[in-house]
Ligand binder design. Structure first.
Ligand code: UT7
Length: 332
């Protein structure tokens, strides 16, 4: 039976670097607060007219395809993870499809926020295992800098999130014990409103009205403490679930690439698994939390830095809005 292997990784981040000090000029915050609470020092903001979720995804995809030695024409399917699509509809998958010379292949968007990349990867993995497709592009891309209010009112979220994109090429392989070994997906919708953006949704007669801007109802809401508490619980749990499924031990992990939500969450996971610094990836200081893009960006940087070698066991895991959480084990 075929299974799937990641054969190329790519990323793109917009040029504009926004430091904590830049933000402290427009809202009541400090570099000290942001570094201490989150580990973030700077993030990237997209440039209007140049970067979009789909264009950044296309740049990351191009790099991943080149590294996999594949052309857009070779791709059989696109899975695009984002919570910040260029349009409300259609999704970003089709907007990516028209940006590169792909065939008229299927393209689907995945809305699983911080776990989006792993959900997308699991979909690609299943299509390959069933023999439906041989080469799939999995993309995570976000523009978030324009959804938060850069003001005192919006500071609790505005300092955390950033823009960027990552992508991987997933291909069918018959090599035994190589590639994606397992994926584990979870959700608990009781917590949907603990990290969410209500408007413009379809629940109300008026999707939005001028009043909503005034009242701040067009801003996302996050119960940071509750998200944090659940993240430190479910990250280890979902990684252990994947290890148990493959009869592997915690000490078998060569590199852990967690979703970059908060450096304190990453440190908590590192302690839980007793991992030395070289076995865990943390780049939140440079990019902030890029939601569905954070894992492929971190994976790409780790690969570029030579931290991923043939035969290594890579664990990836995410937790966030939904609540949704997920993990995957990859034998490189
Ligand atoms: O990837 C999606 C999933 N998201 C996450 O995983 C995020 C998880 N949560 C977190 O990372 C943390 O909860 C935060 C970083 C969001 C917040 O850290 P915290 O230690 O939970 O701080 P807090 O929300 O309890 O706020 C502490 C204080 C408050 O002031 P008082 O009430 O103590 O006077 C806030 O008003 O810090 C204040 N505050 C700020 N101060 C300066 C909130 N935001 C800021 C800010 N700058 N940007």
């Amino acid at each position: 039976m075929p299974h799937s292997k990641i054969t190329g990784v790519g990323m793109y981040v917009p040029e504009t670097v926004v430091t904590n000090n830049d933000l402290s000029k427009v809202m009541d915050t400090t570099d000290e607060w942001i570094v201490e609470r989150t580990g973030i020092r700077e993030r990237r903001f997209f440039k209007e007219g140049e970067d979009t979720v789909s264009s950044m995804g296309a740049k990351a995809a191009q790099q991943a395809l080149e590294r996999a030695g594949k052309k857009p024409e070779d791709v059989d399917f696109i899975v695009f993870a984002t919570l910040s699509s260029d349009y409300n509809f259609p999704g970003s998958g089709v907007l990516l499809q028209r940006k590169l010379p792909f065939r008229q292949i299927g393209a689907v968007d995945v809305r699983a926020q911080c776990s989006g990349f792993i959900y997308a990867l699991s979909i690609a993995d299943q299509y390959i295992r069933t023999g439906t497709y041989k080469t799939i592009l999995v993309v995570g891309s976000e523009v978030q800098s324009n959804v938060f209010e850069k003001s005192d009112r919006g500071r609790n979220m505005a300092v955390i999130f950033g823009d960027g994109a990552g992508a991987v090429v997933v291909e069918a392989t018959d090599e035994p014990n190589k590639g994606i070994l397992t994926t584990k997906l979870h959700s608990d919708g009781r917590f949907a409103e603990e990290l969410y953006l209500e408007h413009p949704g379809s629940r109300r007669k008026e999707r939005f009205n001028p009043d909503m801007i005034e009242k701040g109802e067009l801003l996302p809401y996050m119960n940071g403490k509750l998200v944090f508490m659940n993240a430190v619980k479910y990250f280890p749990e979902v990684i252990r679930e994947a290890l148990a499924d493959c009869n592997l031990k915690e000490s078998d992990i060569d590199l852990l690439v967690p979703h970059q939500a908060n450096a304190r969450i990453t440190v908590a996971i590192q302690k839980e698994f007793n991992l030395p610094d070289e076995k865990i990836v943390s780049n939140i200081d440079k990019y902030g939390n890029t939601t569905a893009a954070s894992i492929p960006i971190a994976l790409c940087e780790a690969w570029e830095q030579g931290r991923i070698k043939d035969g290594d066991l890579i664990a990836i895991a995410g937790f966030g809005s939904g609540f949704m959480w997920a993990s995957a084990l990859i034998r490189w």
